[in-house]
Design a protein around this ligand. Sequence first.
Ligand code: CO
Length: 607
Amino acid sequence: MVQLHEQILRDAHQSMLATRMRTEDMLPITDKLDQVGFFSLEVWGGATFDVSIRYLNQDPWDRLNQLKKALPNTPLQMLERAMNIVAYWNFPDDVVKKFIYFAKKNGCDYFRIFDALNDLRNMETPMKATKENGGHVQACLSYTISPIHTVDYFVRKFEKLEKMGADTLCIKDMAGMISPKRAYDIINGCKDAGIKLPIDLHSHCTSGMTGMSYQRAAEAGIDILDTAMSPISGGTAAPPTESVVAALKGTEWDTGYDLELLIEIRKYFLEIWEKYRHLHRFNALKVDPSVTLHQVPGGMLSNLIFQLEEQDAHDKYRDILDETARVREELGYPPLVTPSSQVVGVQAVMNVLHGRYKVVTKETKDYCRGMYGKPPAEIKPEIMKKVLGLKWKDEVIDCRPSDLIKPMWDARKKEIMEIDGGSLVKKEEDIMTYILFPQVGLKFLKGEAKAEFTSNILPLKVDHQLMRGMVKQSFPEYKQLWIETVPPDQRAGPAQIPTEFEVEVDGEPFEVKVTPSGGFLVAGAGGAPTAGKPKDVEGGVKSNMQGTILGVKVKKADKVKKGDVLATIEAMKMEQEIKSESEGEVKEIYVKEGDSVSSGDLLMQIL
Ligand code: CO
């Protein structure tokens, strides 16, 4: 018998509806979902926490709580990014432990824990905490292809995870590139090695091979397969639940699920799919076998293309793909999943635009220092030299990254209790929300977050021709087509047509605004471009990338030297420094924190 792990309430809408499904659209179907008998239902974690407070104005803790009450018979699962929890950077042990405690208390039963680099040291604390709180640990390995990632590599690591106390194991194929043979070999290898724990295969349909891989996985003795109800399945999401149930019916792997009940649930999600039509992205529905060649996951790929477009360099597409593969090899073959996908992707873009390792992001430096964990293979010394300098050996840490972070809970708790007399904290979990996302979380707790939409105003009116153009913005050829076919005065559209979209990197949203002139710009924290500044001045310092100003490090009349940091900018989710290329005095500053800038925009004047 094979069991299914249902993804409809988490990974499916993260892959296909920008993680935007609202709690009120989940609750009406819980009764039926609870009757199926799924191995578990993934409902929480991943990008859902961030998106709930950032775009939905919904409390993620409430969602978990309500779902638990509505699904008493089905184990609920969350995706937990080891020491990153549900964010994108490391937290200290005390925060990770508290988080697991709160998640369990609010209704999470199974914790799917993974580390981007498969550094098992990063998985220890959340695994232990889960066990201590009576939860089920599903320990994952991020799947990727490289000379390091052999069948033996996965088997040995799974053996270790079994010893570390996992309850079940999971192959997390986030890019959907596991082939039938690889799926068979790894699962068979685990069973041959005497691994007793049930094994789960998580994959996406991106490459088009996944159905075949699931069949071979079944033949090798897989215990659990990840699927999503058909209306939000296929493409960049998981294979359809009903189809897998039907395919295995009458075989030794029969799930035993009631197909008629599933078809009823399907009807409900067909309506949901239609209701959220303003978020449909046509390319997310397509298979993309090229992922098997360059191994760049779909979400990351469309983002890279989009970034190139922004930097006015879409002719460099092929170069970027090659460079991504090269950087990944040089950095020790990290699986391309959050956050390593951003490190590799952005560095590849920088290398192509500015010369190899001429501009090195803070994240690449941190990665090379071991601040994300130990890379699967050794980073080449010549790269270490380029990134960290001649004394690179002194910079590299030996310990687990979180060992360098001081406990945080008490200090942050004190901080938020001092704001508005502590009135923002209605429950202890609110402190966690604040710790995980200090800015967005604070705004949410203050009641200043706005929902993009609520369920009762859906579906939004959508102009399909316009949508097509906007949704396809990541592909240069489609953008061109749109510009040619839609008259300029129609591009902005009436107010009910959404003008804000997002592209995704591994399911994490980037906001994209469509401006009335038909141009595209990315808004980080939502700032509009600064108007009214000159195009160019003598001694002008310009941004060499498109992004959001994080901080201005100088004041008017400051004296600066060559190499001084003038400002920090967040581009492609990475923090980068803009340094002075000359000596002089800061005469004028044209930007402020939170401003969105494009490549070539004037930032300040130094004479
Ligand atoms: Co996934």
